[in-house]
Ligand binder design. Structure first.
Ligand code: B12
Ligand code: SF4
Length: 512
């Protein structure tokens, strides 16, 4: 079998995003797909443009048989620039695209020169496609007959005679069959922490999210044994490196077709924590979970024992009227207590708020700001509502004629790209990015939060309730670092925001 040269590129975002300087990690899709091929002896190189040390080696691209490009919505324009550059450098290469944006905008991707688009998950389709590719007489001259043979591969889109073709949705994959992604394939990448994916999907269906459209109304999860195997693999490679479980919702319920709970999210998380403790793999872990876990002190206790020191939580909104749009998952009267429960167990919080829902006004932004200060939430991400492709929100707003533009670079949660209900687009942009963000990330608040966290841990140590004080104290330092990065980022995005306000003036009917 001929050994293939495969270059894969994760496109970067053009502007700063809230994680630019802190969470500079690749997504795990490309390493997951290429790890088995690397093990078979193919020459696989991944470049993650977001990392200064992982810039594309164009000599490698010139020699590649296959170039893979991965993108989310805000990086799509950059991905298309990359396609054009690849064509110049290596006209013979076959260009593949995948990821959440291309899944929903596959025609756009094909029109922009991508040869094959992989829709939804590519864990089967990519390898079936590769068999097909390797069976071709001349991969540089793919004929219509060759393309016809592709209709049996599910989850694929391609052009035949300038017409886009899309095959059926891919069949489900057992997450236990995923290989552990080997990040050594990402050139120049020295991880500060590892992103570990242990599941796919979510049991909620928030209007603004594309997770159901991407993965189905399902939750598929890796078994505890496999998760422990993954952690062990990274520990052996990188020592006691922090691990961020990047699942959209690590503690989602697994439901059957009648939407009855088969495995509760709490039980799954409990098993993983116990597995970590039993295997002696405690360390610094973080994850994305629901705030409602705050009602399960025994589970929070177990999480703390395993070393979970931070939880990223979708707080979404402080307005109860927005509950439907946020998947009906929040109990507004309990938010404060649930937040305090995480804190009592030494777990810091990264709160993800969304602003711009139907009930939101400038007062909502102020109220949100006040509450996150009152509840002493360590770090807060104020995201502007974005109608991303694949989300029910996008469908609704398009129907209502409220989407202002499709300049994908601006679909990053930092720009208003639609006409909100009760507030002007510019008003929302100013309230969130120019008014609220600098208030959250001011230096006084930063030191207040830092001191408060340390005092809390000290109290937990004195009352013998802190299983891993060192991890907790280190986590407070992490909070300090994140907040300082936030302070710097907020100042840097100001110029861009002022410019964007001018752009909005052209679009928005309700200029404030
Ligand atoms: C970890 C993570 C991050 C990390 C690192 C990510 C990074 N380098 O971009 C951090 C925290 C930095 C981050 C930041 C952001 N993120 Co993020 N992130 C994730 C998360 C939780 C997991 C990513 C992951 O590893 N997934 C698992 C792997 C296996 O999936 P995958 O990479 O998509 O790959 C699979 C397929 O898509 C496909 N595939 C993908 N690419 C390719 C390419 C080819 C050629 C082929 C054949 C197949 C293929 O094959 C893979 C296996 O099936 C996802 C949610 C999710 N479930 O994916 C959100 C997600 C990707 N993030 C999202 C967003 C919006 C952002 C931010 C814009 C948030 C913000 N406002 O700042 C930033 C922007 C980052 C950037 N690059 O510009 C959205 C993207 C939605 C969209 N359509 O744009 C997602 C989907 C979350 C969501 N549910 O809405 N993110
Ligand atoms: S926003 Fe979070 S809770 Fe809502 S559907 Fe998406 S992943 Fe699930």
């Amino acid at each position: 079998m001929e050994k293939l040269n495969i270059v894969a590129i994760e496109a970067k975002s053009s502007g700063l995003h809230v994680y630019s300087k802190h969470a500079d990690n690749p997504r795990t899709g490309l390493p997951r797909l290429l790890t088995p091929l690397d093990q078979l002896g193919h020459n696989c190189k991944i470049f993650c443009e977001e990392l200064p040390s992982s810039q594309v080696d164009w000599d490698a691209v010139a020699k590649a048989h296959i170039v893979m490009i991965s993108s989310i919505t805000s990086t799509a324009p950059r991905a298309y620039d990359l396609v054009r550059r690849v064509r110049e450098v290596n006209p013979q290469a076959t260009i593949l695209g995948g990821g959440p944006h291309f899944t929903f905008e596959y025609q756009e991707a094909l029109e922009n020169g991508i040869d094959f688009v992989f829709l939804h998950w590519a864990d089967i389709s990519f390898f079936e496609w590769l068999d097909w590719y390797q069976s071709l007489k001349d991969p540089c001259e793919i004929s219509t007959v060759d393309l016809e043979a592709l209709h049996g591969i599910r989850g694929l889109a391609f052009m035949i005679a300038n017409h886009p073709h899309k095959t059926k949705r891919p069949v489900e994959v057992d997450p236990d069959t995923w290989p552990t992604p080997d990040f050594r394939l990402v050139q120049g990448y020295k991880p500060k922490f590892i992103v570990l994916i242990t599941s796919e999907g979510c049991d909620h269906n928030c209007e603004f999210c594309s997770i159901w459209a991407m993965y189905g109304a399902k939750y598929r999860a890796r078994s505890t044994d496999k998760v422990i195997e993954d952690i062990r693999f990274y520990r052996e490679l990188y020592g006691n490196i922090p691990i961020f479980v990047g699942d959209d919702n690590m503690a989602a319920d697994t439901l059957n077709v009648k939407r009855e709970v088969v495995v509760s999210g709490e039980d799954r998380l409990r098993n993983i924590c116990q597995g970590i403790i039993d295997a002696g793999l405690h360390g610094s872990y973080s994850c994305q979970v629901r705030l409602a876990l705050g009602d399960h002190p025994d589970l929070l206790d177990l999480m703390a024992q395993a070393g979970f020191d931070r939880a990223c939580i979708g707080y979404e909104s402080v307005e109860p009227e927005n509950n439907k749009a946020t998947g009906g998952k929040l109990d507004f009267d309990r938010m404060e207590e649930q937040t305090a429960a995480f804190h009592r167990h030494g777990i810091a919080i990264h709160a993800m708020w969304v602003l711009g829902f139907a009930a939101d006004t400038v007062e909502t932004v102020k109220k949100t700001l006040k509450l996150c200060m009152k509840w002493k939430i360590e770090t807060n991400q104020f995201m502007i509502l974005v109608p991303i492709p694949g989300s029910p929100l996008r469908k609704r707003l398009l129907k209502q004629g409220k989407v202002l533009h499709n300049d994908w670079e601006k679909y990053d949660g930092r720009h208003v790209v639609f006409e909100p209900e009760l507030i002007g687009a510019r008003e929302l942009q100013v309230a969130v990015v120019l008014d609220a963000m600098p208030k959250i990330y001011n230096l006084f608040q930063t030191f207040r939060i830092y001191l408060d966290g340390n005092m809390r841990t000290l109290g937990r140590c004195l009352s013998h309730r802190a299983p891993h004080p060192r991890i907790e104290f280190r986590s407070h330092l992490g909070t300090l670092a994140m907040r300082l990065v936030g302070f710097n980022t907020v100042r840097r995005v100001k110029k861009d925001t002022l410019k964007y306000l001018e752009t909005l003036r052209r679009f928005s009917k309700s200029v404030a």
